[in-house]
Design a protein around this ligand. Sequence first.
Ligand code: MF3
Ligand code: CO
Ligand code: CO
Length: 295
Amino acid sequence: MQNYFLKNLEEARYNSTINEFKCNLNAVIMTIHIKNSQEIEKMRIAGKLASQVLDYITPFVNPGITTEEIDRLCHDFMVNVQKTIPAPLNYAPDGHTPYPKSICTSINHQICHGVPGPKALKDGDIVNIDITVIKDGFHGDTSRMFLLGETSIQAKRLCKMTYEAMWLGIQQVKPGAKLGDIGFVIQDFAEKNGFSVVREFCGHGIGKRFHEEPQVLHYGKPGTGLTLEAGLIFTIEPMINAGKRDIKQMPDGWTIVTKDRSLSAQWEHTILVTETGYEVLTVSEKTPAPPAFAN
Ligand code: MF3
Ligand code: CO
Ligand code: CO
């Protein structure tokens, strides 16, 4: 299972009769949704708002602040200023207790879904902040890495290369390309640089629902998988480990860490397939520039 959040796939697996299976299989297929121009415009707005939460929080992300305080600041900004809904709050996919916070903060060896808590960030930490907002019924989902003070050479290299890996994936996006093309370039780049790719979590279609089909794997073979077409919207959000790819779930039922406790990094954008290529929807004033090779 690549993503714990795809209820339909799980149901399809667990249902026993052929008819139920077919029925659920249809549900899976039908959730691959090509957005029309009105929906795309709403996704642009949601994407920009998600990115603006990261812009807003950036000056606060310093040694001494707790992730709980970061969560509170983001929550209040979303609810009171933006009038958006923090999608993670009470999100409860199958097999999970409702997510207790409004954002995810994953520090150092935490891979993803880190639950904000009372621990203060410190000099040398790397932290991923992952924001998903709902505006007018549509989701925007994006995350960035934050490097606090003096970080190790390895931490800097991991964060930079994970960003480049995401962008190599983004650059594959155009009508006619395959999902496997995206996964391949990410995996190839990460592994050639001595890192590993997390397999259990992946990018995802997004729209009226937080996690839609298709699953966007960050590994794979070129020329395989779903063919992209204009109007498809999904995230690319590689999780790259400095050590081995193996993961472990913490007793809180949410936080995912590297089994070998090596550092892990992640970046995420929400991407629209256009007639000629791609449009990054999660952009705002302070979005980091693409790497030089993507210009
Ligand atoms: N934002 C994450 C993603 O990129 C999902 C977080 S779900 C939560 O898919 F419940 F952990 F918040
Ligand atoms: Co996502
Ligand atoms: Co996210």
